[in-house]
Design a protein around this ligand. Structure first.
Ligand code: GTR
Length: 326
């Protein structure tokens, strides 16, 4: 009897599985470095749900979270070749590939998160999304990445002087390396997934990120000083492989674009809630947070970064347009 029951439930389970996979003619593979439940992961899942509903279950999305498909820089390459269909990454690791992404990765380029939203939701954002296409990607939507601040395990950073000689991990882009040099620190570009152990073993003293990443990565456990200098507000982007995109009908392409667009407000709500929850968790864990930091000297130190990286007319124009946006 027990065997019959087991066989029957196994049969039912396989029928259920077959029904789900049969319904999806196409399953788009999506990558994210963050764990399940993180706002970016949930936003892409939401996008997938919308797409599945709107295509009567023909097109589905499967999100591979927690860097299951690799670290961001590698997944960006795989996305170009269509091995990965969708990818949610920071714009930082795209800097050396898509020039236009550099402008939104410049320190203090935005006046705040609201300003970033206005810029990215408007014509400048539309131009940056389009800029991905000649490089093998279709830019679909921008997500929030909050503002990034420094954390380390040595001492509270209360002024630029405290950063002198510190070894700080940055995302893999020359802008961030030069940003750290301008602040008198030693930049160590490395993949996100290596940061925790590198702080633990002393390869680096600290890194920089937003509240949700500082919390979800566990970095706060090994680097207990966080200074809210908010030097970067780098939006995140959801791209699709141009190779995968070209396999879709015009109608399905429009459905993908719309579903991605519709996931943005959902992401922003999730983000706001997660920022608060992460801050609470980190503070409760006893992290020392420096809030009364004078940002002026940090901003002033960035001139050299702009001089070095904003050289083409295209980038100069984009920066000017961002600055002219209220
Ligand atoms: C996070 C961002 C990730 C990744 C990470 C990093 O804030 O969401 O996409 O870029 O930072 O520092 O590498």
């Amino acid at each position: 009897m027990k065997l019959v029951k087991t066989l029957a439930s196994a049969l039912l389970a396989s029928v259920a599985l077959a029904t789900t996979s049969m319904a999806c003619e196409m399953t788009l593979k999506s990558s994210d470095t963050h764990p399940d439940g993180y706002p970016t992961v949930e936003a892409v899942k939401h996008m997938g749900k919308l797409l599945e509903e709107r295509t009567n279950g023909r097109i589905c999305v499967e999100v591979f979270h927690s860097a299951q498909l690799g670290q961001e820089k590698d997944t960006i390459e795989q996305t170009k070749f269509g091995v990965i269909d969708l990818n949610r990454v920071s714009m930082g690791p795209f800097n050396n590939l898509v020039e236009e992404t550099k402008v939104v990765s410049l320190p203090y380029v935005f006046k705040g998160v609201d300003h970033m939203h206005t810029v990215m939701d408007g014509p400048i954002g539309a131009d940056i999304l389009k800029a991905f296409e000649p490089h093998g990607y279709v830019g679909l939507a921008f997500y929030d990445g909050g503002s990034r601040s420094f954390y380390n395990k040595v001492k509270p950073i209360k002024s630029i002087d405290d950063l002198a000689g510190m070894k700080v991990r940055v995302m893999q882009s020359d802008i961030f390396v030069d940003m750290m040099s301008a602040l008198g620190a030693n930049a160590t570009p490395m993949p996100y997934g290596e940061v925790y152990s590198s702080i633990q073993t002393g390869v680096i003293d600290g890194a920089e990120n937003n509240w949700p990443s500082y919390e979800s990565s566990g970095h706060f456990e090994v680097a207990g000083y966080y200074t809210l200098d908010e030097h970067l507000i780098v939006p995140e982007v959801l791209v699709m492989s141009k190779a995968s995109w070209d396999k879709l009908s015009a109608e399905d392409q429009a459905a993908v674009r719309q579903a991605a667009k519709d996931s943005v407000p959902v992401m922003r709500d999730l983000w706001k809630a997660r920022e608060k929850a992460s801050e609470e968790k980190v503070r409760a864990a006893g992290v020392e947070v420096v809030t009364d930091i004078d940002k002026e000297p940090f901003m002033a130190a960035m001139d050299s970064v702009y001089e070095k990286h904003v050289t083409s007319d295209k980038l100069k124009d984009l920066v000017a347009r961002i600055r002219a946006t209220d």
